[in-house]
Design a protein around this ligand. Structure first.
Ligand SMILES: [Zn+2]
Ligand SMILES: [Zn+2]
Length: 115
């Protein structure tokens, strides 16, 4: 069974988005993390560039990054709409789940200790 989000809450507090998955797992993503991992061509280009900006979002200046909308794309992805007008990031469910910052998902090994 494919893993899909059953619930997406974009304003989950503390500048984060909360996702509930079909397997019962709950993920909470900071806006800054999500935007930083934006899979669109424009952003991945930027990630690949060797020059590191001093702040993660220099183009916003003092403006605070906010997620305005999350829309499902077919049955495989979710598209995020940001308050600066950026909306070309389409996060496949699989990718989104990989980004889950929780301890369980961040752990390097997924093998449960026996007994
Ligand atoms: Zn992007
Ligand atoms: Zn997780």
């Amino acid at each position: 069974m494919p893993l899909i989000p059953t619930k997406i809450k974009i304003a989950a507090g503390n500048d984060s988005m909360a996702v509930e998955w079909s397997d019962g797992h709950k993920s909470v993503y900071l806006y800054s993390e999500l935007r930083d991992q934006c899979p669109c061509a424009m952003c991945t280009d930027k990630h690949a560039s060797p020059a590191k900006p001093e702040t993660p979002f220099p183009m916003f200046g003092a403006k605070r990054l906010k997620l305005e909308k999350a829309e499902l794309v077919g049955r495989y992805a979710v598209q995020l709409f940001w308050n600066d007008g950026h909306s070309s990031g389409i996060y496949a469910f699989e990718y989104l789940r990989e980004l889950c910052p929780c301890d369980a998902c961040a752990a390097p090994a997924r093998i449960e200790p026996a007994g």
